[in-house]
Design a protein around this ligand. Structure first.
Ligand code: TYM
Length: 337
C-alpha cells in the first residue's frame, strides 16, 4: 500500500482524569467538531490511559461519562462520528503490547511528558505511565488513522507513533501502517496557565484559579479571568508587540479561539485597550460559549444509561474496523490465531 491508499480517517482521544478544561475544549474538542462531517472521525475516551496514575474507580466511571458528555454537548454527533471508550475495544491493549516490543527504551526516555510527570519520582511511577505513548500509538494505528487532531503537548507522542509505524513496517518488510499526521492548528493549540504564562493549563495544576474548567459557572469564569496574571501594559496593535508577554498573548489567543477568529484580528480590534476593558469582554465571551455546553453536559449526565448506550454502540462500530487490522498485524508478526 502506498500512503495515498489509506482512507482518510481522523482519530483522537481525551483522558478521563479530572474534569475537562478550557485547554481540552479549545485544543481538542472544538477542533474535533470542526473535522466532523468532512471525513470519517473517531473520538475516544481513553480510560486505559487514565489509570497510568491512580484513579478512584467510581470517579473514573463518572469522569469517563463526563468526557463523553462533553463530546456530545460540544456538538459531536454519534451518527457522524464514532464515539467510544477505549477499554471496550480490547484490541487497543493487544496492539499496544505488540508496539511495546517495537518501540525502543531510548525513544521512551526522550518523551518530555513522561519526564515532566515523573519528575524526580521516576522510580515510583507505574510502568504504564512509561509505556503510555506506545499505547497511544496503538490507539491511532489500530484504525490506520491518517490524521490526529491534538494540542501542541501531544505532538511528540504522534511523532513517536510515526516512528513505531516506520520501524514495524521496516522490520516486517511491509507498508501496513500509515504515517499519521498530527493536526495542530488554530490559535489555541497550547492554552497556558492563567497564573503563569510559561506553564500549560492542565487538569492537575495545584490551584483551581490557574485553569477554566468546562463546568465552571459564569461568576467563577469572570473571577478567574479577572484575577488572571497580566502585565501593566495595554494591548499593542500588532502580535509582534506581544513578544515576551506570555500571559497577555495567552488571553488574546483564547479570545481568538473562542470567537473563531485569528489572534491578529483580536489585536486589531483591541489595539490600545487596557485589561479593564479586555478581561470582562473575554469573560463574557467565554461564558457565552461555555455555558450552553456545560448546561447540556449537566442534562446528559442525568441519563448515564444513554451515554453508556452511545459509547457501547460506538465501541461496536470501532471493533469492526479494528479487528481485521489487528488480525493482519498478528499474521504479519507470525502469531497463530
Ligand atoms: P489529554 O487527555 O491530556 O488531553 C486531551 C487533548 O487536549 C489537549 N490539551 C490542550 N490543548 C491546548 N492547550 C492545553 N492547555 C491543553 N491541555 C490538553 C491535548 O493536547 C489533547 O489533544 N495522550 C493523550 C490522549 C490520547 C490520544 C490518543 C490523543 C491517548 N491516545 C490517541 C490522540 C490520539 C492525552 O493525554 O491527552
Amino acid at each position: 500500500m502506498t500512503q495515498s491508499q489509506f482512507t482518510p480517517r481522523v482519530f483522537s482521544g481525551i483522558k478521563p482524569s479530572g474534569g475537562l478544561t478550557l485547554g481540552n475544549y479549545l485544543g481538542a474538542i472544538k477542533r474535533f467538531v470542526g473535522m466532523q462531517g468532512a471525513m470519517e472521525t473517531m473520538y475516544c475516551v481513553v480510560d486505559l490511559h487514565a489509570i497510568t496514575v491512580w484513579q478512584d474507580p467510581k470517579e473514573l466511571s463518572h469522569a469517563t461519562r463526563e468526557v463523553a458528555a462533553g463530546y456530545l454537548a460540544a456538538g459531536l454527533d454519534p451518527s457522524q462520528s464514532i464515539l467510544f471508550n477505549q477499554s471496550r475495544v480490547s484490541a487497543h491493549a493487544e496492539l499496544g503490547w505488540i508496539f511495546n516490543c517495537v518501540a525502543r527504551v531510548g525513544w521512551m526516555n526522550r518523551m518530555t511528558q513522561f519526564k515532566d510527570k515523573a519528575g524526580s519520582n521516576a522510580e515510583k511511577v507505574s510502568l504504564g505511565l512509561y509505556a503510555y505513548p506506545s499505547l497511544m500509538a496503538a490507539d491511532i494505528l489500530l484504525y490506520h488513522a491518517t490524521q490526529v487532531p491534538v494540542g501542541e503537548d501531544q505532538k511528540q507522542h504522534v511523532e513517536l507513533t510515526r516512528d513505531i509505524a516506520a520501524k514495524f513496517n521496516h522490520d516486517y518488510k511491509t507498508d501496513f501502517f500509515p504515517m499519521t499526521e498530527p493536526v495542530i492548528d488554530g490559535p489555541a493549540t497550547r492554552v497556558m496557565n492563567l497564573r503563569d504564562g510559561s506553564k500549560k493549563m492542565s487538569k492537575s495544576g495545584e490551584s483551581d484559579m490557574e485553569r477554566i474548567n468546562m463546568r465552571d459557572g459564569a461568576e467563577l469564569i469572570a473571577k478567574k479571568f479577572k484575577k488572571a496574571k497580566t502585565d501593566p501594559e495595554p494591548l499593542p496593535d500588532t502580535l509582534d508587540g506581544l513578544k515576551g508577554r506570555p500571559e497577555a498573548r495567552n488571553l488574546v489567543d483564547i479570545y481568538a479561539a473562542l470567537s473563531d477568529t485569528t489572534s491578529e484580528a483580536v489585536i486589531t480590534e483591541y489595539a490600545g485597550a487596557g485589561w479593564g476593558r479586555f478581561k470582562p469582554a473575554l469573560a463574557d465571551l467565554a461564558v457565552d460559549r461555555l455555558a450552553p455546553i456545560s448546561d447540556e453536559m449537566t442534562r446528559l449526565m442525568d441519563d448515564p444509561a444513554e451515554i453508556d448506550r452511545i459509547l457501547a454502540d460506538g465501541a461496536e462500530r470501532a471493533r469492526t474496523i479494528a479487528e481485521p487490522i489487528l488480525s493482519r498485524t498478528y499474521e504479519i508478526v507470525g502469531l497463530l490465531r
